[in-house]
Design a protein around this ligand. Structure first.
Ligand SMILES: Cc1ncc(C[n+]2csc(CCOP(=O)(O)OP(=O)(O)O)c2C)c(N)n1
Length: 376
């Protein structure tokens, strides 16, 4: 296994000292090392992976320095445009080093949302013209590969990707890991809210542990999962899935259970919700100020004012809660309010170690959900 510290210092030797990206579970040890050991001005956790490419491009334009952009392979979709129309040698020709976590690698057991993305990862890089190498687990081999990558980027002024299979990096725990001063975890907050929903309420839940906790709570209640669409992949798009449903089912309440990281990733969606004004739309943001599902790296969720953003975007009702009592009260207020409504629940990081995963496939989830919607 490669020690995050060794790889970090190897990058520094090649003058790669600026980091940006979106955290990933396979890269969490390396990302944690970067967070702990890099001056804040040299590390920007971006809103989405495409933005990270643009930040790296800006850095190169200003200083002629190559940056490292880290991402889960799910983020390859988000980088297509700035790779093909910004940094590609046919356009501005800007070198960027990518570090890509390879979820869903063929032959390795993983969750269903990674199956397709895992299969097409190398092909996507090839199609984009991004030269790549698998990052070796031995330090000596990693050294050789990085040397080749740097030489290529410097001579071709083109991007290069290091693809990171599961188990490449040795464990490293985030030290700089402040906990927010809020009483509830996401799971506690989610359970309070779900306990107030009615049998006809529709829920679209975001990527990561939110969907997993919702799934487990429904099971514990013996309620079935038909009311919930679990957006297991497609981070940042749950709010717009809910918007599509809200317009199609105007007489039903549609709840989007969002995360702050997911909300930030495609925040433009809030402007569309606020402008379209579906009265049955209820946007719940579980804000832990972190990418909790993939290692707890910080987001800017606790540094910005999500409620004011919602108001400015045209949401008719904006509410907040932190405690169980406040959630019960605001759940009632949400029912009586005209949407679009947003409830921001400020929470602390953390999840149960024994949290399970949905036992149903995405297509079984879809079928049950569609049958439920068809009856409404
Ligand atoms: C496009 C894309 N980039 C990155 C990921 C990896 N990923 C899965 S969940 C997650 C964190 C989500 O953070 P947030 O929405 O704040 O929810 P939390 O886990 O904190 O509850 C990330 C980065 C992904 N699934 N898709």
């Amino acid at each position: 296994m490669l020690q995050p510290a060794d790889f970090y210092h190897l990058l520094a030797k090649h003058n790669i000292r600026f980091f940006t990206g979106v955290p990933d579970s396979l890269l969490k040890d390396f990302c944690a090392y970067v967070t702990d050991n890099t001056a804040p001005q040299n590390h920007i956790i971006a809103a989405n992976e495409g933005n990270a490419v643009a930040i790296a491009a800006g850095r190169y334009l200003a200083l002629r320095e190559i940056s490292l952009v880290y991402l889960q392979n799910s983020g390859l979709g988000n980088i297509v445009n700035p790779v093909a129309s910004l940094i590609d040698p046919l356009v501005y020709s800007i070198p960027v080093l990518f570090l890509v976590g390879w979820r869903g690698e063929p032959g390795i057991k993983d969750e269903p949302q990674h199956a397709k993305q895992g299969q097409i990862t190398l092909g996507q890089l090839e199609l984009l013209g991004i030269k790549y190498k698998i990052l070796p687990t031995s330090f000596a081999e990693a050294q050789t590969v990085l040397q080749e990558a740097v030489k290529y980027m410097q001579t071709q002024l083109a991007p290069f990707a290091l693809v990171v299979p599961k188990g490449t990096f040795a464990p490293y725990s985030l030290q700089n890991n402040p906990q927010a001063p809020y009483p509830l975890t996401r799971e506690e907050a989610l359970q309070c809210l779900v306990s107030q929903l009615t049998a006809s309420d529709i829920v679209v839940a975001t990527t990561g542990k939110t969907s997993r906790e919702l799934y487990e709570y429904r099971r514990a209640l013996g309620q079935g999962h038909q009311n919930d669409f679990l957006t297991v992949g497609s981070m940042g798009h749950a709010s717009q899935i809910a918007l599509g449903i809200a317009f199609a089912k105007p007489h039903c309440n549609v709840y989007c259970f969002d995360g702050d990281g997911a909300l930030l990733m495609h925040m433009g969606g809030m402007a569309i919700i606020g402008s379209q004004k579906p009265p049955n739309y209820k946007h719940i943001v579980f804000n832990n100020g972190a990418h909790d599902s993939v290692g707890g790296q910080p987001t800017v969720g606790h540094l910005i004012d999500i409620q004011s953003i919602a108001k400015a975007c045209g949401y008719r009702t904006v509410l907040q809660a932190q405690s169980k009592e406040e959630i019960y009260k605001q759940a009632q207020a949400l029912k009586e309010s005209t949407g679009p409504a947003l409830l921001e629940i400020k929470i602390k990081k953390g999840a149960r170690k024994d949290l399970g995963r949905p036992q149903t496939t995405p297509q079984q989830n879809k079928e049950a959900f569609m049958q439920f919607l068809a009856k409404l």
